[in-house]
Design a protein around this ligand. Sequence first.
Ligand code: SF4
Ligand code: SF4
Length: 353
Amino acid sequence: MQKVIAGGSYSYDTNALKHFFEAGFHRIGLEVAGRSILIKPNLLTGKPAEKAVTTHPIFLKALIELLKDSSCTVFLGDSPGYESLERVLKNGGYLEMLGSLGVRITPFTEEIVKRADGISPYKEFLFGEDPDRYDLVINVPKLKTHGMMGMTLGAKNTFGFVRGFAKGRWHLRAGRDRDLFASIIVDIHRIVSPTVTVLDGVLGMCGDGPSNGTPVICGMIALSRSAFALDAFVESHLCPRATLPVTSCARRHGFLDHYEVIDVGVPSPVTFPMPQACDTDWSLPAPVKRLLRNIFLKKPRISRRTCQLCGVCGTVCPADAIHLQNNTMVFDYTKCIRCYCCQEMCPHGAIKV
Ligand code: SF4
Ligand code: SF4
């Protein structure tokens, strides 16, 4: 049975976090000494840590120090939304810390075809980095809401292995079908197959995540060899009434069975509003759900007062549904697939759903 080690911390205290990681690794029987390790945080954009968009630098520092104390060779990488990894690390306040700890930066910019015989209809995925190059992969997600999938936690974080704008192509293929997109995420997660997932939920994000929601102190830290079990635990703790597609998909296909929660100080759940765009599972047959979603799924809209006309939304939109017209960004809702990538990536928080 998979174990989820779940604890609490209301601040980013390096020593307390190191202690949690060390004790947690011991409880799940994970030996790291002398290994080559790739850390995959959530580095969506280069926003400051207090915005809760990315894995907190001190959370990473505590983990890296522990690994360095165990003579590991540490690599760290991600494929951010639209900026370069270097820029995200600089603007997010990571660069100096990573340099001082001797971490090797790995931008996920290669073209590596990974094959899957999974549950989605797709059999090949283009990755920006090969997780098989490392002895261990440590997946370090942020606890956040997500417009399309409800929440982004451990399993969704490994979607970042997909190279650059190829991520948008998967959104386009899945369209408004969240169950299909969930099956793609499950397949990608199973290819990456991280050794352990370590969740930064000290400062989380609720509301209209994953990049412009409301930061909230959740005080949650957790780790598990199974990201599906970890995600299921966090969801049941914070939003017990929502049935979220990735966890449901993993459960339906037998990747999430029973799991044991080892409680080492889980905090009481905070009030955690979900994104407006997220519907919960309506317990209806799939074709009916699809029809209702097409009718009722909320549209992204731009605040013209906040928009800086930077063009990022048009660049990341996988459906080519946003264009500059008469000095404003305009949506073509007949093309829009409601993936909310535009809302996720707008650097100025100008898109709401
Ligand atoms: S990304 Fe945001 S700020 Fe930039 S053009 Fe689109 S809506 Fe405007
Ligand atoms: S307009 Fe926004 S929500 Fe619609 S397809 Fe483009 S990125 Fe996705």
